[in-house]
Design a protein around this ligand. Structure first.
Ligand SMILES: [Zn+2]
Length: 268
């Protein structure tokens, strides 16, 4: 049994066959699917999906750095209002961060939005799901003041062994989200993980519909593909795949103590 800690199943890519995608996820052993938000516009579709499958799909709330509008203040204050509402459904703040890959000109605005949202995570004691692309130093600098109280996931980690070591030391309550990129032929991630990352600091993710694992590259990704990543992790750490599920589930439990996730970690 596993948790896909990062999948965008509310996107239009899944409009034709969303129910079948959920069915395949359950059949593959998924216990929970955690849905990162990218902007206020995606929230209605995300909440509809979660309301229809409350025993499987759980929503997050956040403004993604590549979705930052010219003036993000209206969206950010709307989101903050949602978080103030007692009994809101959001289990984490995400995905948020800094992305200088597509647009390096808005570092200051991205940094400000990240700081605001990290503040929500600290204030309401929610995990922070972090997206960082070509911007690890700036992301860390922004989050470091929050580090002692903050838990979360560095989603789609792709740095060096040295960066991984420093990250895990500076953010003791964070895990690295590992997905399809681990399985790519030329990936340096297997060596990086072996050298610098204890298996206990890893959670599984797909980033569906993006980043499908080998041998499904070019296709739409979906949560039922997590076992391909888990199998590769089992090779990398030279442990049985059952141990990969047990230890990544334990990391999920530390981040989301209220999730119902049986300690018996057999894979169906
Ligand atoms: Zn994502």
């Amino acid at each position: 049994m596993y948790v896909d800690t990062h999948c965008h199943l509310y996107l239009p890519e899944f409009d034709q066959d969303r129910d079948a995608v959920l069915r395949r996820a359950r059949a593959a052993g998924a216990r929970w699917l955690l849905l990162p938000c990218i902007d206020a516009g995606c929230v209605p579709a995300m909440l509809r999906l979660c309301a229809g499958a409350p025993d499987l799909c759980l929503p997050m709330l956040g403004l993604h750095p590549t979705e930052l509008p010219p003036d993000p203040s209206a969206q950010l204050s709307w989101m903050e209002q949602q978080l103030r509402a007692p009994g809101h459904p959001y289990i984490a703040i995400g995905e948020v961060g800094i992305d200088l890959h597509w647009d390096a000109t808005r570092l200051a605005e991205q940094t400000a939005a990240l700081r605001t949202q990290a503040g929500w995570a600290a204030r309401w004691r929610l995990p922070l799901i972090v997206h960082s692309r070509d911007a690890l130093a700036a992301t860390c600098r922004t989050l470091l003041p929050f580090a002692p109280g903050l838990a979360g996931i560095f989603h789609c980690f792709s740095g060096t062994a040295d960066e991984a070591r420093r990250l895990l030391r500076a953010f003791p309550r964070f895990a690295l989200g590992i997905g399809g990129t681990l399985t790519y032929r030329r990936s340096t991630l297997p060596d990086v993980l072996r050298q610098a990352v204890p298996l206990d600091r890893i959670v599984l993710e797909t980033d569906s519909p993006y980043l499908p694992p080998h041998p499904l590259r070019g296709q739409r990704n979906e949560p039922a593909n997590v076992p391909l990543v888990a199998a590769r992790l089992a090779q990398v750490y030279e442990v049985p795949v059952s141990e990969v599920y047990a230890r990544t589930n334990a990391a999920v439990r530390r981040l989301f103590p209220h999730l119902d996730l049986p300690r018996e970690d057999r894979v169906r």
